[in-house]
Design a protein around this ligand. Structure first.
Ligand code: EPZ
Length: 433
């Protein structure tokens, strides 16, 4: 089990390039299975979740090649199988996009239920309800779901809860359905828009992506798109902007879409962070010896404050003057990492969906573990402001979603080492000076 070792007290400053969006690349790569053909997808992050999805596509018969600089070539014409029930399918959440893609192409699919970060129950009932409304017959077993439909038919689908995954999965299947499908209460995330743009580049006729009503006219004159480039990862970008705020640093990000970060930038400004915003760049600065001011935020579907930046902002509030309030309205159980922050010295009280954070508190380095992908990044942030050395175990969970994480942190001046096995005594570390 690999771990990171961090020496606290470094101001992070410098410039890094943000990678392609994990949560946009997953549905787009799955969408190449919707229509046989050759695809060139650019700006794909080389992270474990992406590698796993590409291995699943290979296992179905696709030809997949990863070129340098994040370009993936896929030939899905050789896919000859619509059953994906191996262990690896259960390693990530994004494998569920194969339901819509394979059902749309072959009229049937058998898929192991997805995995992903542990926020308590992560049902896919809305995905299945939407596919049933398109005419699919669905059998759910212990950990496998089986869908079949000889001819999908467009329908009006109302999502009881705003769901990114269900919106994307229904779009994928509806693109190959007869007639028009309208999704009401659809997710508006940038990665939903990216998927719609990719499908439209293939000849689909999707309107309204980015709003809460998306209309898909099925059975278009499909053709494999030439090349397509994935949008930048706004959660990766937000994580590094939060680090600049946390360490009184100065971090410039290239390859970002600033408008995707509006909610975070607004909150960091409230806390006392300054910004320079360009066409495809964002720079966050906080002068040394200026204090962070506590604030409140509530997570919500886009364009609300992103739940995937909640743990990172929680760490920021531990270093801000005053009492901040965090309300998690997207996931039922996304505070499970808080005991790890308390071990470092955080003062956090939870009450239902809210957490009250009192700061600033000086953290003391200790041994902690990544609870999940974004909470793992939050633990790294906590290590940045802890006295002494902090060891973070289970860092595979972090590397699932952050490309070249250690290299980017070193580029920003962090004192971080990756260890293939936990240290016996973390006080004897000689960091690369
Ligand atoms: C996507 O998960 C992201 N993952 C998550 O990011 C992100 O937290 C989430 O969207 C919200 O933005 C990927 O894109 C791979 P949802 P998803 O369906 O699609 C409930 C990360 O850090 N729900 O929008 O699974 C669900 O329980 C990850 O990159 C149902 O009840 O999220 C939750 O409360 C972590 N039934 C809410 O909807 C369903 O069928 C939102 O979930 C589906 C969802």
């Amino acid at each position: 089990m690999s771990s990171y070792l961090l020496e606290g007290g470094q101001r992070l400053e410098g410039e890094i390039k943000i990678s392609g969006s994990k949560n946009a690349a997953l549905p787009v790569l799955a969408a190449t299975a919707l229509l046989e053909g050759c695809y060139r997808i650019e700006n794909v992050p080389l992270i474990d979740d992406i590698r796993t999805l590409l291995e699943i596509l290979r296992s179905l018969g696709a030809e997949v090649e990863f070129l340098p600089e994040g370009t993936v070539l896929i030939d899905s014409s050789t896919i000859n199988n619509c059953t994906a029930i191996s262990e690896r399918v259960g390693k990530l959440r994004g494998s569920y996009y194969l339901l819509g893609a394979l059902l749309g192409r072959f009229g049937e699919v058998q898929l192991r239920l997805p995995g992903g970060c542990d926020f308590g129950r992560r049902p896919i009932d809305l995905h299945l309800k939407g596919l049933r409304q398109l005419g699919a017959e669905i059998i759910e077993e212990e950990c496998v779901v089986y869908c079949r439909c000889s001819e999908l038919t467009g329908s009006n689908i109302f999502l009881d809860i705003v769901s990114v995954g269900a919106t994307a999965n229904i779009m994928l299947a509806a693109a190959r359905a007869k007639g028009t499908t309208t999704i009401y209460n659809a997710a508006r995330e940038p990665h939903i828009v990216d998927l719609a743009n990719f499908l439209n580049a293939m000849g689909a006729r999707i309107q309204g992506a980015g709003t809460d009503i998306i209309r898909i006219r099925g059975r278009a004159a499909f053709r494999p798109t030439g090349s397509y480039s994935i949008i930048p990862d706004q959660i990766e970008a937000g994580t590094y902007l939060a680090m600049a705020a946390l360490t009184a640093g100065d971090i410039a990000l290239r390859n970002v879409i600033p408008s995707h970060l509006d909610a975070l930038i607004a909150k960091l400004r409230e806390m006392g962070v300054d910004f320079e915003i360009g066409e495809e760049e964002v720079r966050a600065m906080r002068a040394p010896h200026t204090a962070l001011t506590a604030t409140n935020f509530v997570t919500a579907p886009y364009p609300g404050f992103p739940t995937d930046l909640q743990p990172q902002m929680m760490v920021l509030l531990t270093q801000a003057a005053g009492v901040g309030k965090v309300t998690e309205n997207v996931w039922n159980n996304r505070f499970q990492y808080i005991p790890g922050l308390k071990q470092l010295g955080a003062r956090i009280v939870t009450q239902g969906r809210s957490a009250f954070v009192t700061g600033p508190v000086q953290f003391t380095g200790s041994r902690v573990a990544a609870y999940d992908l974004r909470a793992g990044a939050a633990m790294v942030m906590a290590g940045l402001v802890s006295s002494g050395t902090t060891e973070i175990a289970n860092i595979e969970l972090i590397e699932r979603g952050y490309e070249n994480f250690v290299a980017k942190m070193l580029q920003l001046g962090a004192k971080i080492i990756k260890r293939e096995e936990p240290m016996t005594n973390i006080t004897e570390i000689d960091f690369v000076s």
